[in-house]
Design a protein around this ligand. Structure first.
Ligand code: PLP
Length: 803
């Protein structure tokens, strides 16, 4: 087993591998003892040259080719560039019937990107054709056959980095031969080395690319095989190293390490059935992991076709959970894996490989890749299997995973507001713990399954499913939810209006402070605080606030005493798109009315208290929720609308609003969807220092952090898997306020609310928010600062920095 820094189980070998001790030893030797420059004529240089040429010979032996066909590079990306550039450069200036480049749809991005780049740079009139794959991810050979004529370059990979699918290179070669194709053929062999037999002795392959860091050598080293009589143009010129194919002093430590690995692979190949035997062991690991995954996640869908893939990759989706959530979960448990492809993990777009295989979007967005390597040990696989079960238990405890016998309701139902985000859209759940009543507001289809599970698992009764208005950017899933959750509806037989407001049930009328009477749903009659004080009836009032659309409403959640819903008792206002975090709802839809919006803004301003938290239908700038006062401070247009009236005020508002709405097109292009209001990020908070460094944190720890409240903002399933807090210097597990419930904490901090029966906020002087990498806690810190809470900090770099 390779040494590891933490107890984590590393199952992300397709992204990179740890360096094998033998490779590290070889590299260290070239750095400390055999450190010569291979171009130097003295002994130290000659020793270095020997290492360089020995590695080249090993690579050549492994591939059954001549050493002079191997060129060392910085890795596969450079090798790919060199091959593509060489072929395209050779076409320049010649009249040739070759007009096409064929590239497999599932290639690593380095291949199509290099092709597009060099076709453009060299200004070549070439058609780039993407070769589709079948549902298993293998090249459609019939289409290859049809497209092959006049092809200059064909690019197909040996093994896919996301799914582990093996391409049938023999079948591709057969077609090339049958068609007597003159095309050059580039095969990306990065993920095949060590896992598949690779012999190019009598092969038609023109170029093949390899990378060290996928096979236990370090990053930054790789090589390119180029067949005899194929074009070769260097990308990098200078000192003429590598026979002029790749200038620059060679990366000798990397090459020496690569040599150590190649030696091992050759030994394995030399033993009769060595590779087969190793593959059998790896296949048994895969079988164990599959068995464990199926046991843990009964609805798992495997995206890797196991009959035509290497045994080291398992690509799967767990319906109802996003790739990001799964990664966070596995990471907290100590399993390192990745979403599709590591190069892709920062982009929200689904993987092009899964798309090419024709997988539905919901499966693509909940996909993760688990990959192990040639040196993964049995113990690591066993530890991984154990952690997989722990992940499943954590999900069951948070109602995110069904058990075999439907749901065991966990005893962890929490009171308050749940915010489910999907892209920039918010779905809100109001949950009342004692009565188990809940209300769902602005439900989006992407979170429907999650809501269903939550309601069923916690055995909630739904008072109403509401929309604040008819949405323009997404379909409300309300009617569908009402149907699926009919057994949980308090009044499943009631009639509902087109926004879900029931015609009968626990309805009443409450009076606002301005005297206006509005309909309201009673959630709890005579609600009391923890110490028995009567707070009033807990209600959700329905306030008509047209403008953004003609049917826009705000739902006001708070306590009505003797039928009076005072401003100060309104806890949350679900305001749809009337007021957004950092903007106002647009008013250029066919059902919009800017004058009406003006009136609605004035009405809301007069109805809410400075501590009423506005929960809009969208959160374009990751602020979670806001207050009317914050928005007035940040938004001159809102200040104008709600300030003193002069004869000019309305006209000025109308002109300025129209102006802003015309600029929406540019923002929409950014978001690639209909945007429901103008957004603007507050620059004030962006510039403020809001983070504690790990060192500052440790200093505070030494002072015992008496006046700090530490809050973990990760989701409960991640928090529960986090294990030993004492290793981070903390006595106890910090309080967990997941981002999905962060608005409750915002409210608590703003008004010292005690619904959670927590003592801290009363005496709290400073708040430190933490998460894994510091990204989520930074977002949360900024959102509180935005509301004027200045004693809140983020732990910079997150828990990662404390490990
Ligand atoms: N091709 C494949 C199939 C890969 O998996 C990778 C790495 O992820 C590359 C190319 C790029 O390799 P390198 O990191 O050596 O540039």
């Amino acid at each position: 087993m390779l040494s590891r820094r933490s107890n984590a189980v590393y199952l992300d070998c397709n992204a990179t591998t740890p360096v094998h001790p033998d490779a590290a030893k070889a590299a260290l030797e070239t750095m400390q003892s055999l450190y010569g420059n291979p171009s130097s004529p003295h002994l130290t240089g000659l020793q270095a040259k020997y290492i360089l040429e020995n590695t080249r010979t090993l690579a050549a032996q492994l591939l059954s080719v001549d050493p002079d066909q191997i060129t060392f590079t910085s890795g596969a990306t450079e090798s790919i560039q060199t091959a593509v550039f060489s072929v395209l450069q050779s076409l320049k200036g010649h009249s040739t019937p070759k007009t096409k480049i064929l590239v497999g749809a599932v290639e690593h991005k380095a291949v199509p990107e290099a092709i597009h780049h060099w076709v453009k740079m060299l200004n070549l009139p070439l058609q780039i054709v993407t070769l589709p794959v079948d549902s298993k991810g293998q090249i459609r050979l019939d289409i290859l056959e049809n497209e092959l004529e006049n092809t200059a370059l064909l690019c197909t990979m040996a093994v896919n980095n996301e799914t582990g699918v093996i391409q049938d290179l023999k079948a591709i070669e057969k077609i090339l031969n049958q068609k007597q194709s003159q095309a050059f053929w580039l095969v990306d062999c990065v993920q095949a080395l060590g896992k598949q037999p690779l012999s190019f002795k009598s092969s038609r392959i023109s170029y093949a690319t390899f990378s060290g860091h996928k096979v236990y050598a370090p990053k930054g080293v790789g090589f390119l095989y180029a067949a005899k009589n194929t074009p070769f143009y260097p990308l990098i010129v200078g000192g003429g190293q590598e026979k002029g194919h790749r200038s620059g002093t060679e990366n000798l430590p990397g090459i020496a390490a690569m040599g150590a690995i190649l030696e091992k692979l050759l030994k394995e190949q030399a033993q009769r059935d060595g590779l087969d035997q190793h593959n059998q062991i790896l296949t048994s690991y895969r079988a164990k992991l599959i068995e464990e995954l199926e046991r843990a996640f009964p609805k798992i869908q495997f995206n890797t076709p196991f009959d035509c893939s290497v045994p080291t990759t398992i690509h799967f989706s767990i319906p109802g959970l996003s790739s990001a959530e799964l990664l966070d979960l596995f990471d907290s448990a100590g399993i390192r894996l990745s979403a599709g492809s590591a190069c892709n993990s920062t982009s929200a777009k689904p993987s092009h490989v899964l798309e090419a295989m024709g997988l539905p979007l919901d499966r693509c967005i909940s996909a993760v890749r688990l990959s192990f390597g040639l040196h993964t040990s049995k113990e690591e696989i066993e530890a991984g299997c154990k952690l997989i079960q722990e992940c499943a238990s954590a999900l069951k405890n948070t109602c995110l995973l069904e058990t075999a016998k439907a749901f065991d309701p966990p005893s962890n139902l929490r009171d308050g507001i749940v915010q489910l985000r999907s892209g920039p859209s918010n779905t809100w759940l109001i949950v009342h713990k004692e009565t188990k009543r809940c209300i769902i507001i602005d439900p989006c289809d992407t979170v429907a399954e999650r809501i269903e599970k939550y309601v069923q698992c916690q055995k909630l009764e739904i008072e109403a499913i509401l929309d604040t208005h008819s949405h323009a950017d997404h379909e409300s899933i309300r009617p569908e939810l009402q149907r699926v959750l009919a057994a949980h509806m308090v009044n499943s037989h009631a009639k509902f209006d087109h926004l879900g407001w029931p015609e009968k049930g626990n309805l009443t009328e409450v009076t606002l402070q301005n005297g206006e009477k509005i309909p309201a749903l009673v959630i709890v009659k005579t609600d009391r605080s923890a110490d028995g004080e009567v707070k009033g009836d807990l209600v959700l009032g329905k306030l008509y606030t047209p403008g953004h659309t003609s049917d826009s409403h705000a739902f006001l959640y708070g306590w009505a005493k003797d039928g009076l819903l005072k401003n100060e008792n309104i806890q949350f206002a679900f305001s749809g798109d009337t007021v957004l975090n950092g903007g106002l709802g647009r008013t250029n839809f066919s059902t919009s009315d800017t004058r009406a919006l003006f009136e609605s803004l004035r009405l809301l301003n007069g109805t809410l208290s400075p501590h009423s938290l506005l929960c809009p239908a969208h959160d374009y700038n990751n602020s979670f929720a806001t207050t009317f006062d914050t928005e007035i401070k940040e938004n001159p247009l809102l200040a104008l609308a709600t300030g003193p009236m002069t004869p000019m005020t309305l006209d000025s508002f109308l002109t300025k609003k129209q102006d802003i709405d015309t600029k929406l097109a540019a923002i929409e292009a950014d978001f690639q969807t209909v945007v429901c209001g103008v957004t603007g990020q507050s620059t004030k908070c962006q510039q403020e220092k809001v983070s504690l460094s790990a060192d500052e944190f440790k200093q505070q720890l030494q002072k015992r952090m008496d006046n700090w409240t530490i809050i973990d903002v990760r989701e409960p399933q991640e928090h529960s898997l986090s294990g030993n807090w004492s290793t981070l210097g903390l006595k106890d597990s910090p309080r967990n306020v997941p981002l999905s419930r962060f608005v409750n904490f915002m409210k608590e901090v703003l008004s010292g609310d005690e619904r959670d029966n927590r003592a801290e906020p009363k005496n709290l002087t400073k708040i430190l928010l933490i998460c894994r990498s510091g990204t989520r806690s930074l977002m949360a810190t900024r959102s509180l600062r935005r509301l004027g809470v200045d004693q809140v900090w983020n732990l910079d770099g997150g828990l990662v920095k404390l490990q």
